[in-house]
Design a protein around this ligand. Structure first.
Ligand code: NAD
Length: 239
């Protein structure tokens, strides 16, 4: 079996780093493309993913055959940065991948792509994107996801998108930081909802593993996967 050469775009980030470590642990060849360098144990390509030349140069030098695209600006910024990085940047990555005959692209989407600010109960992948997206982050993650899925088959590129909900675990710089800031600022009297709201969280190692499995399955797909998704009954949740 010919093994892939992986490039993790956003590999200096929380999830990206776990994916890199998992690939290294199973003996795969992996490099990182990012605007910041935090680790020095795998080949690193410094660049902005919106710059096609930088992405193409890194793909050529590394001989990448599978891109895992985890990069996104963090929450809380102005809309133009999300449109630039998440939408235009993802289009740039696809163009660079096709031009360099990369075989696979795994995209980290978000469960937020179907969130419009209202509770979501008993939903799964069949739910459509909302007419009114919650914010620019979620809207551009949805657009990028659509672009990635539409690119499946383009120039031989196979694509898949995963939608994690909240991610927790070592290396997180957003969620836990936000929670502890709330405590430090003594904002403990704030309560959202009536204390019955649920929110999904997944351990970062499990999200990383899902990316590896998705990459592996792209070249060896299970023919029943779509049928299983379409026929699976909605789970019922007792609230
Ligand atoms: P993170 O901020 O820790 O990592 C993102 C990485 O992308 C950073 O290293 C950053 O430098 C890099 N990056 C950003 N803009 C770039 C650019 N223009 N060019 C090159 N690199 C760039 O984020 P994370 O929490 O690891 O999230 C990873 C992915 O998972 C994101 O796509 C995010 O939308 C998605 N996601 C995260 C969560 C969560 O709870 N953390 C939940 C759902 C989905």
């Amino acid at each position: 079996m010919v093994r892939d050469i992986y490039m993790v775009i956003g590999g200096s980030g929380f999830l990206g780093r776990h994916i890199v470590e998992m690939l290294v642990a199973r003996g795969d060849s992996v490099c990182v493309f990012d605007i910041v360098q935090r680790y020095h144990d795998v080949p690193f390509y410094s660049g902005d993913l919106t710059d096609q030349n930088s992405v193409e140069e890194a793909l050529r030098k590394s001989g990448t055959t599978c891109i895992i695209h985890t990069a996104s600006p963090p929450h809380g910024l102005q809309p133009p940065i999300y449109w630039k990085v998440n939408v235009e940047g993802t289009e740039t990555i696809i163009a660079a991948a096709v031009a360099n005959k990369v075989g696979k692209l795994v995209y980290t989407s978000s469960a937020g792509v179907v969130y419009d600010g209202n509770d979501l109960v008993n939903i799964d992948e069949r739910l459509d994107y909302p007419e009114q997206p919650f914010d620019a982050y979620n809207e551009t993650k949805a657009k990028a996801e659509e672009i990635v899925l539409k690119a499946n088959g383009e120039g031989g590129l196979l694509t898949v998108a995963l939608r994690p909900s909240g991610i927790f675990g070592p290396g997180d710089r957003q969620a836990m930081h936000g929670f502890t800031q709330v405590l430090k600022n003594k904002q403990t009297h704030w309560q959202i909802g009536d204390n019955t709201n649920l929110f999904d969280w997944t351990y970062v190692g499990n999200v990383a593993r899902a990316h590896l499995l998705a990459a592996d399955k792209l070249s060896n797909p299970d023919p029943d996967v779509h049928v299983k998704v379409a026929q699976r009954p909605l789970p019922s949740i007792e609230l």
